[in-house]
Design a protein around this ligand. Sequence first.
Ligand SMILES: O=C(O)CCC(=O)C(=O)O
Ligand SMILES: [Fe+2]
Length: 299
Amino acid sequence: MMTDSTNTLSKLNSEVRTSRPLSSEQVAKYHEDGFIIVPGFFDLEEIEPVQKACEEDPTIKGAETNFADSKGHSNQLAYWTELGNSWLGVIPRLARMIDAVELLLGGKECYHWHSKVVNKKPNSPGFIEWHQGYGSWYYDTCLFPDFVSAFIAVDENTRENGCVKIVKKSHLLGRIDHVLLGEAFNADPVRMEKILEKLEIFHAEMKPGDTILMHANTIHCSGANLTNRSRTNIVCHYNSASNEPVDLKNQEHHQYKPLKKLPDSWVLDGKYNSVFDTQEFVQPGESYGSLISREGMNK
Ligand SMILES: O=C(O)CCC(=O)C(=O)O
Ligand SMILES: [Fe+2]
């Protein structure tokens, strides 16, 4: 039977449903802690192609943008919004991702905000400092923190190679002011110090395929990669269809577009044309957010 909220879920291919739905316990835990980890959300066979592609071309087709952390060490991120038939274009459209996100959004339709490859190079000191997704999306003129992010482990994530660290229950703090630290937009360090006296840090150690699902106000960071192997995650961000930026100037790619849902089996069936050779990326130097967000951070 259709319920009211079902009517608002992703409209294109809405008859496609995941075979790996979240349990009600997982949904409750997400709301309690601000995140959950879904072990084996992706099978190793689904992840292996991207492991191999990143090993063969760790520059991700030259699409990486460099950001300096507060110590001047650089981090690299490759961004995309276009969802075509590459592995990177297919993953954000899989039924298991969209159904999980829409369930965590309380039955609201979601759309793809943007995604990124976070490839920490071997023996690289760069770290991503404490931040909330909504720390910058607020300045991208989204009125609500109605986003969910999925962090998919491509490589094993450990404390030694810079796994994601999460402040448990920090989504309950609301939006924290963010400031520019190095070239990145991070949670106010004075406030952060106090927050860390009250809340617990969770080290999200993961096996390839394990996935973190995270609220936009959950504070997180990731450390240096002190190992001689790279550490890659794929991070997909979803916004609610009803929460499009108020001002789309310089961020047209953040405009609402209905997501065409694909069956969970799409990747295992090999129905993609490359891992990222055919993928369009936001080019280094191009804006991936609104200019307001870049200017706002200095206010
Ligand atoms: O994979 C990581 O190191 C986390 C990166 C991150 O926080 C993000 O992409 O928003
Ligand atoms: Fe983040």
